[in-house]
Design a protein around this ligand. Structure first.
Ligand SMILES: [Zn+2]
Ligand SMILES: [Zn+2]
Ligand SMILES: [Zn+2]
Length: 292
């Protein structure tokens, strides 16, 4: 990771839908290539916030994905050595969860006693998700090592001077009734919306105003079009063609992320990828960073 000193950045540590690339059991050409050659693989959606304004960098993650061990390694230099175990990395300063789907919490067991064995790591989530994690015995070994912090929608959490993160409730498939949030991160210079999962733009009337009020919007781009789904509508995601039509004109940068393995924008030379770029949107890539 090559981040400038003395500034705050948001860094993409993963850009895929929950199952990642390759997708388990998938024989499509993209997944086949990724199984054969790891350079074609990509991690589940994750964003790091890195504050390098002081002697020791501070690192927060948004979501704990099934790829968390690789994603923590991507920010190894920023985390620095563990205070008592020099051959280990320092734990992140905190993790902010968006919701309870496996691509967003599936990495929590890696924080438990069999793996990173974190010590009272602050993990922020909706009050409902905090209760669900605490009430699920299967999660206890990892959860007992976390300092779970329930958040109220819209209420900012102060991370550092001139650096806040605010959860924003969004409609998304909600099996346990614990809600889904997007986050707005405000740094000393710029603001960023991180919204990896939403069911449909029509169900979120604040969408236009919210995307128009930030410098960068990183949004759900799971599926490109109905063609990819055999003509069906997606169960719980907007379509890229519609997202670009709605929001390519917003004053800030529109960045697409959380791609399903089936999404043709993943192919370097696809007409779909060219269409998105021509419309003025940006396709997320691992390691892409945004100054905040
Ligand atoms: Zn997801
Ligand atoms: Zn596939
Ligand atoms: Zn989801």
């Amino acid at each position: 990771m090559n981040l400038s000193d003395d500034q705050v950045s948001a860094v993409l540590l993963g850009i895929m839908q929950d199952g990642g690339l390759p997708h388990i059991g998938c024989r499509c050409s993209r997944c086949a290539a990724a199984y054969q050659q790891p350079q074609h693989a990509a991690y589940a959606a994750c964003l790091a916030i890195v504050d390098k304004r002081r002697a020791h960098s501070e690192v927060w993650l948004i979501d704990a994905t099934p790829d968390i061990k690789w994603q923590v390694d991507m920010v190894a230099d920023e985390l620095g050595p563990h205070p008592r175990r020099p051959d280990r990395l320092r734990q992140p300063h905190g993790i902010f969860l968006t919701h309870a789907h496996m691509g967003h919490i599936g990495g929590l067991p890696q924080l438990g006693p069999e793996a990173m064995a974190v010590e009272q790591l602050p993990v922020y989530a909706t009050a409902g998700l905090v209760s669900l994690l605490k009430a699920t015995p299967l999660w206890q070994p990892a959860v007992s090592r976390l300092d779970l912090k329930p958040m109220a929608a819209g209420e900012p959490v102060n991370l550092a001077p001139e650096l806040t993160i605010s959860p924003l409730a969004v409609p998304h498939r909600d099996e346990w009734g614990v809600g889904t949030v997007a986050y707005i991160i405000r740094g000393p210079r710029r603001s960023l919306l991180y919204l990896p999962d939403i069911d449909a733009w029509e169900q979120w009337p604040e969408a236009e105003v919210t995307l128009s009020a930030v410098d960068v919007s990183l949004v759900d781009a799971s599926f490109y079009s109905r063609a990819e789904l055999g003509g069906r509508d997606p169960v719980a995601h907007p379509l890229v063609i519609d997202t670009v039509r709605r929001f390519a004109h917003v004053p800030g940068q529109l960045v697409l992320t959380h791609f399903n393995h089936s999404n043709p924008v993943l192919d370097r030379n696809s007409p779909e990828r060219k269409h998105v770029i021509k419309a003025g949107a940006v396709l997320a890539s691992e390691g892409m960073s945004f100054r905040l």
